[in-house]
Design a protein around this ligand. Structure first.
Ligand SMILES: [Fe+2]
Length: 139
């Protein structure tokens, strides 16, 4: 069974961000497969490192777009990203331990909620602004 089945419901309407979210979901599913298959610790380690570094890059890209758009909820959103990063570092420990299924489930739940809600708010903001820009001034 696929851990995180992507659907159009998760699209927030910003193509670059949607593509990155799909990338994240694919990597999370790869990690799930590797862990379930009991693949050697090296393979699991590599997969989780790939996922975490892509997550960081994605957060930076998303926050860059928010700053560009003068998004009023930027501080709140940045805090949510920071909280996730802190929690993952805490769960993996300083020694960079292997991910547990608890961490995998936590990431899965967090990502579904964050994309479905918090990121969607940004997508809605961008679309509303775009539409406003496209509307001709009243006669
Ligand atoms: Fe986000």
């Amino acid at each position: 069974m696929i851990l995180f089945e992507w659907s159009a419901d998760y699209e927030i309407g910003i193509p670059e961000i949607d593509a990155q979210h799909r990338g994240l979901v694919n990597m999370l599913n790869d990690l799930h497969v590797a862990m379930k298959a009991g693949k050697g610790s090296e393979a699991v380690q590599k997969t989780v490192e790939r996922l975490l570094s892509y997550t960081q890059q994605h957060f930076e890209a998303e926050e860059w777009a928010m700053k560009q758009a003068h998004y009023p909820e930027f501080a709140k959103h940045h805090k949510a990203h920071l909280a996730l990063t802190t929690k993952v570092v805490e769960m993996l420990g300083a020694g960079g331990a292997l991910p547990t299924f608890e961490l995998l489930n936590f990431l899965n739940d967090w990502l579904k909620k964050h994309i479905g809600q918090t990121d969607r708010e940004f997508g809605d903001f961008i679309r509303a602004r775009r539409n406003a820009t496209l509307s001709p001034p009243p006669l």
